[in-house]
Design a protein around this ligand. Sequence first.
Ligand SMILES: Nc1ncnc2c(CN3C[C@H](CCSCCOCCO)[C@@H](O)C3)c[nH]c12
Length: 228
Amino acid sequence: MKIAIMGAMVEEITPLLEFFGKYETIEHAKNRYYTTSYKGMDLVIAYSKIGKVNASLTASTLIEKFGAQKLLFSGVAGALNPSLKVGDLLVATKLAQHDLDITAFGHPHGYVPEGSVYVETDKALTSLAKKVAFAQKIPLLEGIIATGDQFICDGVKKEWIHTTFNADATEMEGASVAVVCDALNVPFCVLRAISDAADMDAGFSFDEFLVSSAKESAQFIIAMLDEL
Ligand SMILES: Nc1ncnc2c(CN3C[C@H](CCSCCOCCO)[C@@H](O)C3)c[nH]c12
């Protein structure tokens, strides 16, 4: 079984590379792909760089070039749900693009013809995440993620995304990974640890908690590998 583990920023995969210790590095399309093996599984690890376009390229490459049969995304996110605090873990049940907008033609936010507002994650992977959380007595929220090519750092935009998509968290890559995995029929999950509240203090909070929250998400992903 070949499993891809993907992040957007180097900080989101560094904890993984440190855990696995030794790996091969393959350069491709201005990206680096790290291959290793773990408990009989072939792993390919990469960070895409920030944003939906970068994430789409990396997710596609992980599947089409490296043959990933499942894809796990690990990273951080901004909280939209007021009950989510820095360090809390969220596993996505479905994801939408909050900045995809052809509402001028009567379509809902996040929708384009032949598409859908939401893409659902793999139910088996989501329930595996819940099982791991239960076993480790870690609170894990199952929720909706709204993705867009913007770092959200003001209350008005935060509330608009929260309300429009009933979203629990926001980030900049998950929904594009979802579209790619759905189109290529690869089971995927998106796991995020909260780094900020997507409000006016988000930049400072993100800077302070990126590394610790990224590590939390990565450690949870490793715990999921042990149960895969
Ligand atoms: N509130 C928020 N709004 C949108 N996304 C997020 C995310 C999730 N990731 C972090 C990173 C955005 C941060 S850019 C930082 C650049 O620093 C580079 C140093 O200059 C991008 O990959 C999405 C955490 N909080 C968010």
